[in-house]
Ligand binder design. Structure first.
Ligand SMILES: C[S@@+](CC[C@H](N)C(=O)[O-])C[C@H]1O[C@@H](n2cnc3c(N)ncnc32)[C@H](O)[C@@H]1O
Length: 271
């Protein structure tokens, strides 16, 4: 099969921009990722924030646990890895196989329900590509952040869209964001229409009164990371239908808004 001319100019991130991932291959960075950015996003989320060896970190909505392994191995922190859809048994066997049985504790629970942790227990809470599923309200932030110590760090990173849809787009959804999934499910109604912009999230945190936002911004190489993920999927024959949609979204997003983006935010819990 020849090279797809649509992806001929697709780029990869510069290794020097991600020193945290020295020694990681592209396949390592996207292994078992359930959202955009993979460990590149995780690296950006942790950047310049003081995670110390021995800190206890909640990785909430950890998915298949790769970010938990990254946190434990890169920073020497202890991780409580919580997810709803991924069974604790899956995470436990992965952590044992990868040498993290003692520093990553897997749990299967719903973050909106009772959280079985002491108040102020965690030094940091890390939420990558997951908060949008359950946490877009001040009430939820209060519920979660009671378990973060005062002055503790809340690290959030997410794939989303960089602008709101216009009234015209709401009436006539862009085809790149409006299609049916093979197994059923409308991605416009279920996914893109529900996305909030990076600024919306920053305002939610700031106006909650619970947090001081200390760092916030879209990743300047977000488009590059989406292109890189497509190259990775094409190289390994992964998720062909989803990859086809991603290619069209990337090309459309070069000339139109809203485009897919990634952002990282760090905030400190107020005393
Ligand atoms: C898009 S995946 C991202 C997973 C992982 N952080 C990553 O980047 O690969 C979203 C994750 O949020 C988790 N999630 C959704 N609702 C949840 C809830 N109410 N409580 C805990 N986790 C939840 C899902 O189980 C899923 O693994």
């Amino acid at each position: 099969m020849g090279i797809d001319p649509r992806t001929a100019g697709f780029r990869s991130p510069r290794a020097e921009d991600y020193p945290e991932l020295a020694g990681y291959s592209r396949a390592d960075a996207y292994r078992d990722a359930m959202g955009g950015g993979g460990l590149y996003l995780a690296a950006r989320m942790t950047r310049s924030m003081d995670l110390h060896p021995g800190d206890v970190v909640l990785d909430l909505g950890c998915g298949k646990g790769e970010s938990s392994i990254f946190l434990a191995s890169r920073f020497g922190v202890k991780v409580v890895a919580v997810d709803l859809w991924t069974e604790a048994a899956y995470l436990a066997s992965k952590m044992a196989a990868r040498g993290h049985r003692l520093d990553v504790v897997p749990l299967n629970l719903d973050a909106t329900g009772r959280l079985p942790f002491a108040d102020g227990y965690f030094d940091s809470v890390f939420c990558m590509n997951s908060l949008s599923f359950y946490g877009g309200s001040t009430d939820f932030l209060g519920h979660l952040l009671r378990h973060l110590k005062p002055d503790g760090v809340f690290l959030v990173g997410m794939e989303t869209l960089n602008a709101d849809f216009t009234p015209e787009q709401l009436a006539h959804p862009p085809a790149v964001y409006s299609y049916q999934l093979p197994g059923g499910g409308d991605v416009w109604e279920g996914d893109f229409l529900r996305m909030e912009t990076p600024n919306w999230w920053e305002r939610l945190f700031r106006e909650s009164g619970l947090l001081d936002v200390v760092r916030f911004g879209e990743l300047e190489d977000a488009a590059v990371l989406y292109e890189d993920l497509v190259l990775h999927n094409l190289e390994h024959g992964l998720e062909p239908e989803d990859t086809e949609h991603c290619i069209e979204q990337i090309l459309w997003g070069r000339r139109n808004r809203p485009a897919k983006t990634l952002f990282a935010l760090a905030a400190r819990k107020k005393e």
